[in-house]
Write a protein that binds this ligand. Sequence first.
Ligand code: PLP
Length: 406
Amino acid sequence: MTHFNTRAIHAGQTPDQTTGAVIPPLHLSSTFVQDGVGGLRNGYEYGRSANPTRDNLQENLAALEAGNLPAAKRTAARAFAFASGLAAEDTLLRAALKPGDHILLGNDAYGGTYRLINGVFGSWGVGHTTVNLSDIAATRAALAATKAKIVWLETPSNPTLQIVDIATLAAIAHEYNALLVVDNTFATPALQRPLEFGADVVVHSTTKYIGGHSDVVGGAIVTAHADLAEKIAFLHNAVGAIAAPFDSYLAIRGIKTLGIRMAEHSKNAQVIAEALVEHPAVERVYYPGLTSHPGHEIAAEQMSGFGGMISVQLTGGAVAARDFVSATRIFTLAESLGGVESLISYPHAMTHASVVGTPLAVPDNLVRLSVGIEDVNDLLADLNAALTRGRTGWLTKTGPVSTIAE
Ligand SMILES: *Cc1c(COP(=O)(O)O)cnc(C)c1O
């Protein structure tokens, strides 16, 4: 097997047979000619069922997440590309569960995942329990009490960057006959490959680092369990929440630089996290690359870099947090994450507004940074200036200033 960065560029990217085009063409056709009834060419029939560009992406994603597994598992691994991360999660849950089943969910899961499980699956008879998955005793107790069929883990989590030992959690889940699903959106396979640590399924919002340029919404599932993959394949077509050809093409384009982007995101974020720790306006910094982070050692074992996401809590409370996110100029106030450009957000009222008042609620003085790959000196200067303005509070009184010059 070749190495990760080589697979990122070449897996599922064989030059076009007919023309020799080095980059496989983008296939927009919704239907495919049949050589006599049922005489399909390479299995292509109708764009919902299969599309060559989507297949290219799926082959690539399977190679990235499962490429280092033992041969038998590696060849069984399949990836499925969806219209969004939540569409992927929805199809996975339908494939793995039936009414009466239960999900054990980390108490810091992405708000949209919680909304899907609670607000959609709840009314179809699927129960859920939230637990701190880094608390082994609590996790065991919850599994014994609920007989959950799925343990749903995010590591690092969104937005508090909590780290859980994937191998330990996989062993515990399997003891109770549950599947371990890891949402690998924050780390990406460039930094962490959960299937290598015993996880059963990986899910992604490819909207984030995999796409990497904030210009596509998509999702994916990867698993090496043949029976589960068969159920997902059926629903992929039967429900139809598929990734569109152009979206698949953009994701493939993004993946070619995934390795170098993740290295650069990690490098910039480490510098910024260390600077924020020293800042008087900052009460607490969440970044797994800091030795003070409670999950630092586990992260160092199961990840090859600490990623580009940082959260901070501000000493000035909710007002300071809202001021800070409105005062940066390079860090753009927006939802989402994982693009080459830096973004800043206020989860309490943005990405995690749907979990206010639930066990997954986010503190109201917390700000989340998606550190991009701009020059780190410019990023530091931007954050510094914004924190200073936030602390004096003049920004809220006078409105944002219009010029970039200080
Ligand atoms: C964004 C996100 C999702 C949902 O993905 P969409 O593409 O927005 O549907 C799921 N998990 C995590 C960790 C995310 O950040």
